[in-house]
Design a protein around this ligand. Structure first.
Ligand code: MTE
Ligand code: MO
Length: 156
């Protein structure tokens, strides 16, 4: 198991900051059992939006505007682009039984109200908070050929 990955996070102005899992968890003020939102999964998670707000508020130049989207990318280049309005329940799984993830390390994103078990991204190493309304209101998951959650259900 690999346990040395870092996660690169970019804010609305493309400023980058690199975190270890522990550093990300330390910055989160809403930690929860992932079962509270994703009944089929066990482990410890933190809420995406409250993490963003905490990080933003602690920065040198806090944003007053909220992102329009969050994009994540995994070690295998699997990506997801999620409109901010669909990310209210989104959370990052970071540990199971007190241990780093055996599958999905360093962190794994779940978007419960996006429906479908497929709507998660394992092994995230990049996170972008974006402000670009032209990216649209549809969430996409996948490799280069993006599919919508609706299409993913039929392809399963
Ligand atoms: N990084 C990454 N995350 C991913 C995928 C992937 O190929 N790479 N596939 C997705 C799909 S389509 C499904 S069904 C689930 C599968 O999760 P599992 O390996 O725990 O069954 O992971 C999702 N997250
Ligand atoms: Mo899937």
């Amino acid at each position: 198991m690999q346990t040395n990955s870092h996660i690169e996070v970019s804010d609305l102005h493309k400023h980058k900051e690199t975190f270890t899992v522990d550093e990300m968890v330390t910055l989160s003020d809403l930690r929860l059992n992932i079962q509270d939102r994703v009944p089929a999964v066990e482990g410890e998670a933190f809420d995406l939006k409250s993490w963003y707000r905490n990080w933003n508020n602690k920065g040198k130049h806090p944003e007053t505007e909220e992102p329009t989207h969050v994009r994540v990318e995994a070690v295998d280049e699997f990506q997801a682009l999620i409109p901010w309005g669909q990310a209210d329940q989104a959370l990052f799984l970071y540990a199971q039984k007190g241990q780093p993830l055996k599958k999905g390390y360093p962190i794994r994103l779940y978007v419960p109200d996006g429906s479908s078990e497929c709507l998660n991204v394992k092994s995230i190493v990049k996170v972008w908070f974006l402000n670009d309304p032209s990216l649209g209101e549809e969430a996409t998951y996948g490799f280069k050929n993006k599919v919508t959650p609706g299409e993913l259900k039929f392809k399963k």
